[in-house]
Design a protein around this ligand. Sequence first.
Ligand code: SF4
Ligand code: SF4
Length: 111
Amino acid sequence: MKKEMNSAEMARPKKWQDVPMAGVAFGASAEAVETGQWRSIRPVWDSEKCISCLLCWNQCPDRAILTDENGKVSGIDLFFCKGCGICAHVCPKDAIEMKPEADFPSDSGSR
Ligand code: SF4
Ligand code: SF4
């Protein structure tokens, strides 16, 4: 018969066999969720100013900074970009400017 664990035993499992069974979450849906719909301000990237230092690519929480086959920044994926502004904040060349979404009435950035 299976031994029941008390709360003290559950809090500090001694080996993996002591860890209680748990549910398994299958298939994350992050790639299907259009987080770009949450955006109220939009990053506008200036390729002329960009030196491809990749600071924005490294800091973007949504992996929305796009790169080409040579590892250079090539644009911003507005499907995922939430408009947090981190990329513009870290850019040493002011190559990304945050602008109100209202400035782009006919372009939602959707795919
Ligand atoms: S942080 Fe600025 S300069 Fe660096 S890759 Fe991004 S846009 Fe280009
Ligand atoms: S605004 Fe935020 S989410 Fe959008 S590209 Fe910049 S860092 Fe990524």
